[in-house]
Design a protein around this ligand. Sequence first.
Ligand code: ATP
Ligand code: MG
Length: 625
Amino acid sequence: MSIGYKSFHESSVKDPKGFWTEQAKLVDWHKPFEQVLDYSKPPFAKWFIGGQTNLCHNAVDRHLKDRAKQTALVAVSTETEQERAYTFEELHTEVNRMAAILQAHGVRKGDRVLIYMPMIAEACFAMLACARIGAIHSVVFGGFASHSLASRIDDAKPKMIITAEAGMRGGKAVPYKPLLDEAITLASSKPEKVLIVNRGLSEYSTVANRDIDYASEREKHLNTKVPVEWVDATHPSYILYTSGTTGKPKGVQRDTGGYAVALASSMRLIFGGNPGETMFTTSDIGWVVGHSYIIYGPLINGMATIMYEGTPLRPDAGIWWSLVEKYKVSVMFSAPTAVRVLKKQDPAFLSKYNLSTLRTLFLAGEPLDEPTASWIHDALKKPVVDNYWQTETGWPILAIQRGVEVMPHKFGSPGVPVYGYNMKLLDEATGAELGPDQKGVVAIEGPLPPGCMQTVWGDDQRFVKTYWETVPGKTVYSTFDWAIKDKDGYFFILGRTDDVINVAGHRLGTREIEESISSHANVAEVAVVGVEDQLKGQVAIGFVIAKDPAKVANMEAEVMKTVDSQLGAVARPARVYLVSALPKTRSGKIVRRALQAVAEGRDPGDISTMEDQSVLAQIKQVIGK
Ligand code: ATP
Ligand code: MG
């Protein structure tokens, strides 16, 4: 059944109170809300005032009536070769045990608990246990080293930190505990307790009176029941730091009621998942996609969710698809960067498995280029749905919302504004609203819909200043992304506003040039940055990873010709360098600001959120700086 996108979206922004009252029926309320929205202090939007609910109750307890024996969580590790499924009943039991441990060590409603863990079931228990007792979790991606971790400890000031002694990647143990110890030494704020899940992967030392062992604590609470703490809809559920692609990560604070409602509705209207089915999101709990669509979204919707520890290539490139077959996955969610990894492998790895249960593959996190989209679409023969959002929003901003209307896809576009978002495309210099095919900044008129960030943790001023005061003459939320909108209302993201370059007075999104370069048959990956130029103000510089390094004799000239013919000579990069790797964040996003700094011979600044810091040194060599 199709509701009709246009009228649906219109009703959501014209009558947000009516619209979200309806969506709020998808979750359980301990106490019904009295007021849908309080926007008396813009830009701070408070949703479902007076209402009380709980994320853990909605994700777990409420399903016990009908789905106690149904699978809720499947934890698969191709690193330790362990695989374990938990029913809703079993998940409930484990979450109660974890919640009992937290309480026994003094964690109370409103206290922060930092979770620094690999993709194991206990990480899911920990998040849900926090939600159960009203504690605020802050998951920090397990790949971060002590410096990044310390800055997050100082910002969130956790009472407890939950960790595992090690993760595992590519068959090797990656110790977490020593990094955490170092981070705590570096941080000025000290946690009272550190709870350690010992996986038996690596040796570690403990600190007396601070470190506690999960397995022995769990033994003490095997049968403890911890009642759900009913919290106000506006009670913070978690703090999550942004990926740090553009600089200092921001602590995004999320509420409880609005988030539950936004996720529940998105599961139906965007992701099209049905209770009783399985969702497989290949992200990590350290990122927003992991929070919303590994843990809370599918569970709130009564679906089973898969947590996967391992790479997409081990034991071979068919591993994800084998899980789709085995667990009858109906909804899958991944990222373009992962698909690019698979694309280098034989597509036969996909066709080997029975993927008949899979309805849709969702991709988000960075621009989805046409070659990547076509490759995965042809290999799967299922709809591939690009969706655009941010840590700040918690759920998609732009997407084809197949549960509302199955609108056509357009390559290079994540689609149209999601219901609830009053989207504007604005001129950065004047704030004026732009017409079709004009380039501008993607903005959202307040109030932000339910589920979006409430504020920057501990810093309301920073929230207002960073996000709401950058477009002249208007108080609107800026995404800091640059786009065009076509006559049908589809947005095309052209890059971040920082990445817009000005060549002899022409404004160009680096994404446009990248998209063009990636259409060259021998380009595997590309990044374009603007570099200072005395004559033209800025020029574009391209960094290309070749698919076949043996065929690069005329690569630079060919790439320039490709851009010339598609975008015109004005967009032609001044230089194209062949490199073997690009600097990326740990979530797989290209850090263009670091490339730009290196190309301009500047210091790249804070690169602690970067995956492999040696990549920059290699690039310096290639360009001779
Ligand atoms: P920081 O804000 O700390 O610099 P970040 O912006 O990379 O880090 P995230 O919130 O993880 O942190 O990423 C959101 C950004 O990712 C968006 O603002 C946009 O630039 C990009 N993005 C996400 N999804 C898409 C998509 N489907 N198409 C294009 N870009 C996307
Ligand atoms: Mg961002």
